[in-house]
Ligand binder design. Structure first.
Ligand code: ASP
Length: 457
């Protein structure tokens, strides 16, 4: 069993490396822009088919998963005070942590000034005019949290709205008590089905990851990356800094030791147990699509069912440190490139609007770039400037999405530790996704049986 579980994580890492290598290799035989048989039938044929099919399969699960797991999570904590406390802590840490992320990003952007030496001519060749609609205003983002039409929210995948509906329904179920138990039972049973579908879809993950990465890297203009290498490196550096110092520091300060073994917690252990989610986030550039994988990895890390089902769906929309870091570096880079001086007031404006922008950004590829226009507008940088970095977005979207996902896990872990919602024996246990699946299924059955719903069969 253990072999099987190790195999999925390892297979995904191998797929990641091979996919990237093949992608770059393909640029040699099928240069970007050229139409030849390899690009038409292999890159835009086979690879496209496998990658998109897999992504569709996983996206299919996301909205029902967010909705159902939040309802199940909240209704399994009948004490409204406890729900409020956990939800409040999670929302607080998710939103407040955005500030140091943007702060550090602007610091690196200003000190290392990647715009130095970049000329308009050198990058104009790769500028792509983005099709960007008008970004929503700050008030609109807040108003939009409450959907006029809950069915439209679910069918179009508006995650903030879906979270709102789920919380409202769950609190109502808790308030009603006995009479609402049949509905709760339905949610628990649906949750079990979604988990089953997830585990089937996930068994195709290595192939999906391989195809997605090979195609992405076969299309990333190396010339454009070279022209903007300073920008790319500063974003990567700021992300790495955040990972090591903010996440690593928060873990040390706020979690400390594993009470089960008495050993200090290490980022490396969290990395190891969450590597399928991080690999998937990197390949798909979508933290929403990664949610089913994130939830499984989190359970493997010892998250209680309630913690995983409340903390992680909330994190998908409320927590995007990676995106905030990208926006901070991009704002400073574009201002410097256009010769616009940023005042202290501008910097505060960036801090606030980028935080709002990450709240409004969906966890899908390129969302951070679209919301960047809101940040730029707030400090008077023409939105058209985005054209200069648009073409290389993917190469910074992939790592920032992985950081977004890792942040959801770290912050939920911290809150979970404080609330006694971590199973430390599971945390210390060797990674074993196959037995994890069995454990999850048993839990759902037990929950159904406890409700007298005949979930034993
Ligand atoms: N792709 C990111 C995510 O899914 C959002 C972004 O574009 O920054 O988390």
């Amino acid at each position: 069993m253990e072999k099987q579980k190790m195999a999925l994580a390892t297979k995904m890492l191998i797929a990641l490396v091979l996919g990237i290598a093949l992608g770059f290799g393909l640029q040699v035989v099928a240069p970007i822009g050229a139409t030849n048989i390899i690009r038409t039938h292999f890159i835009d044929g086979v690879l496209f088919f496998v990658g998109e099919l897999f992504l569709n399969g996983i996206f299919m699960i996301v909205v029902p998963l967010i909705f159902v797991s939040l309802v199940v999570g909240i209704t399994s904590i009948p004490d409204p005070k406890k729900v409020g406390r956990i939800g409040g802590k999670l929302a607080g840490i998710y939103i407040l942590s955005t500030f140091p992320a943007i702060g550090a990003a602007m610091f690196f952007g200003t000190v290392l000034n990647p715009a130095r030496g970049v000329t308009e001519e050198s990058i104009a060749a790769f500028a792509i005019e983005p099709t960007i609609g008008t970004p929503p205003g700050v008030y609109q983002i807040l108003i939009n949290i409450v959907p006029r039409n809950p069915f439209a929210a679910l069918s179009t995948g508006q995650t903030l709205q879906v979270i709102f509906i789920a919380v409202a329904i769950a609190l109502a179920i808790n308030a009603i008590g006995e009479a609402a138990q049949p509905l709760r039972r339905l949610f628990v049973s649906t949750n079990e089905v979604i988990m089953k579908v997830t585990s089937v879809v996930m068994s195709f993950a290595p192939y999906g990851v391989f195809a997605l990465l090979a195609r992405t890297f076969s299309m990333l203009g190396l010339d454009a990356i070279v022209a903007l290498i300073g920008f790319v490196l500063v974003v990567w550096l700021a992300l790495a800094f955040h990972l090591v110092f903010i996440y690593g520091g928060a873990l040390k300060l706020l979690v400390g030791k594993n009470p089960h073994t008495g050993k200090s917690l290490s980022l490396a252990m969290l990395f190891k147990k969450t590597s399928p989610a991080l690999t998937f986030a990197f390949s798909s550039a979508s933290s929403a699509a990664t949610l089913p994988v994130t939830m499984r990895c989190a359970r493997n890390l010892g998250f209680s069912r309630e913690l995983a089902s409340i903390g992680l769906p909330m994190g998908v929309t409320l927590n995007m440190d990676g995106t905030a870091i990208f926006q901070g570096v991009a704002a400073v880079f574009l201002a410097s490139f256009l010769g616009i001086h940023l005042s202290a007031g501008d910097i505060i404006t960036i801090l606030i609007t980028a935080t709002m922008a990450t709240l409004g950004a969906a966890g899908v590829p390129g969302a951070g770039m679209i919301m960047l226009s809101m940040v730029l507008m707030s400090i008077g940088i023409p939105i058209g400037a985005i054209a200069f970095i648009f073409g290389i977005d993917r190469i910074v979207d992939m790592p920032r999405t992985a950081i977004n996902v890792f942040g959801d896990i770290i912050y939920s872990f911290i809150v979970g530790k404080q609330e006694g919602m971590i199973d430390w024996a599971q945390y210390s246990a060797p990674t074993d996704l196959a037995s994890l699946d069995a454990m999850l299924a048993k839990e759902d059955e037990a929950a159904l049986a406890a409700m007298g719903g005949g979930g034993q069969s």
